[in-house]
Write a protein that binds this ligand. Structure first.
Ligand code: AMP
Length: 217
């Protein structure tokens, strides 16, 4: 199964993608993670992307399409993947469709997670990531905790540079303007499964798995 996980920043895509990846045994491809690694490694791509990411803007389509073409070509023969953070514009969606056709990839579903804006802002300002295993936590969960509950790494938590209130607002606006229209693009082209993300991580995951089961029958 090939899942295109769609939704606003902070809606829980990363968290859900990690759980689905482990339960369905298919790789999780996060374009945000790919870019953050490139920034960390100070590669040409990283240096180009860093300034845009820090202010919550999108990295240009041609750069992102290049990354996805390379990544999906490597996975052509695998039995699935979860794409998290791509496509983020209609141009990216069009190019992804061309690539899906070229690589003759089947069983592609769009899972769109939704949540209220206030909840999204609350989650993002309250979020800490583990720099070792990339797990995502809330600050409340990590009160009095010094090692990562998932991988055990010591003092590995950090707040993403783009999780400040100002950049969060910008990222949400970019989502509304550039990314939401992707759903209109898919109308009539692909089945979109809508999932209410205003719920616990476990409940949202159960809902996604139940819908995927129905869809794959
Ligand atoms: P994320 O981890 O998905 O929230 O992505 C973090 C940042 O990486 C975004 O705010 C963008 O600057 C950049 N980014 C990730 N995926 C894309 C994409 N598909 N298109 C453009 N920029 C992206």
């Amino acid at each position: 199964m090939r899942i295109l996980l769609f939704g606003s920043p902070g809606v829980g895509k990363g968290t859900q993608a990690k759980i689905l990846s482990s339960k369905l045994n298919i790789p999780h491809i996060s374009t945000g993670d790919i870019l953050r690694q490139a920034v960390k490694d100070q590669t040409k791509l990283g240096m180009k992307a860093q300034a845009m990411m820090n202010v919550g803007e999108l990295v240009p389509d041609d750069v992102m399409i290049g990354i996805i073409k390379y990544t999906l070509s490597q996975l052509k023969c695998s039995n699935g993947f979860i794409l998290d953070g791509f496509p983020r514009t209609t141009v990216q969606a069009e190019e992804l469709d061309k690539l899906i056709e070229e690589l003759t990839l089947s069983n592609v579903v769009v899972v769109a997670i939704t949540a209220a804006k206030e909840e999204i802002i609350k989650r993002l300002t309250n979020r800490l990531d583990c720099k070792v295993c990339k797990s995502i936590f809330s600050k409340d969960e990590l009160e009095n905790v010094t090692s990562c509950p998932k991988c055990g790494a010591e003092s590995s938590f950090f707040q993403r540079e783009d999780d400040t209130e100002e950049v969060i607002k910008k990222r949400i606006n970019v989502f509304i303007e550039n990314t939401k229209p992707v759903l209109d693009y898919y109308k009539g082209k692909r089945e979109v499964i809508f999932i209410d993300g205003n719920d616990s991580v476990e409940n949202v995951n159960e809902k996604i798995l139940a819908e995927l089961k129905i869809h794959s029958k």
